[in-house]
Design a protein around this ligand. Structure first.
Ligand code: HEM
Length: 227
């Protein structure tokens, strides 16, 4: 087995199994710990700007990854016109930079405030380092290996599907540049970190609030009549 076969053919499965088993285990044994453990009461301003920029940027970028993975033809069709290609690439780049700036602010806040440092665990540090590596290698890829939105569909999408269909095709990725390879491997590592870190709060996004019935609030005391 070559290094590439191990890293791109076996490592992703190790990460996926760890993520699935540990998420189920945490759900069964400790589901009320699904949280990002707020530190807002210790500091608000930097948290607001960092968290807002980070979430807008990363959710936008991940949505683009998901579209490229699920309906790559739509991206290739969109990119047929050069103007549309530039619009997509520029939008992705701006979102990537927004995520990077937001993450810097969040890390800066943790490093510079002694109160926040006290509530920062080893797992938080591993997670922030890994997220930083992911965003830096992503933005690096966008800058130095142009038109990633098109070649993602030609290399990354078939590779990811080959993993999901249990027939890993390492030949699709072994000629990619080192930074792109690190980006892909670190993505799997991040997936394996999911159940052990604050990333698990993604599972507690209150989506059912959209369709659940309205709550009716009533005072539970006699109404006071004021003349
Ligand atoms: C945890 C999952 C992932 C995160 C958080 C992430 C994050 C990012 C970010 C922030 C960028 C920069 C966007 C830009 O500036 O245009 C990026 C770009 C990119 N990512 Fe990922 N990524 C993830 C997974 C993956 C995976 C699994 C692949 C491929 C198998 C991949 C392939 C790429 C490519 C090709 C680009 C360049 C896009 C372009 O040039 O337009 N990413 N990613």
């Amino acid at each position: 087995m070559t290094y590439d076969e191990f890293l791109f053919g076996a490592f992703p499965y190790v990460c996926l199994v760890v993520a699935i088993v540990a998420t189920i285990w945490r759900y069964v044994t400790d589901r009320f710990s699904y949280s990002s453990l707020s530190s807002q009461f210790l500091e608000t301003r930097q948290l607001f700007w960092g968290s807002t920029a980070w979430h807008i940027g990363i959710l936008g970028v991940l949505t683009a990854h998901l579209v490229g993975f699920l309906i790559p033809q739509s991206i290739l069709w969109w990119n047929m016109e050069p103007v549309r290609l530039y619009i997509l690439e520029t939008t992705g780049f701006v979102l990537g930079l927004l995520a990077l700036v937001g993450l810097f602010l969040l890390i800066y806040r943790r490093v510079t405030s002694s109160r926040i440092r006290k509530v920062t665990s080893l797992m938080d540090t591993v997670l922030f380092a890994s997220l930083l590596l992911q965003v830096v290698t992503g933005v690096w890829t966008a800058i130095f290996y142009r038109w990633g939105s098109s070649w993602f569909s030609a290399f990354a999408t078939p590779y990811l599907w080959s993993i999901l269909e249990f027939r890993p095709d390492v030949t699709l990725v072994n000629s990619l540049p080192l930074m792109v390879k690190i980006h892909i491997l670190n993505a799997f590592f991040l997936v394996s970190l999911f159940p052990f870190t604050r990333l698990v709060h993604m599972l507690s996004v209150p989506i059912p609030y959209i369709w659940r019935p309205h709550q009716i609030m009533r005072w539970n005391r006699r109404q006071q009549i004021i003349d």
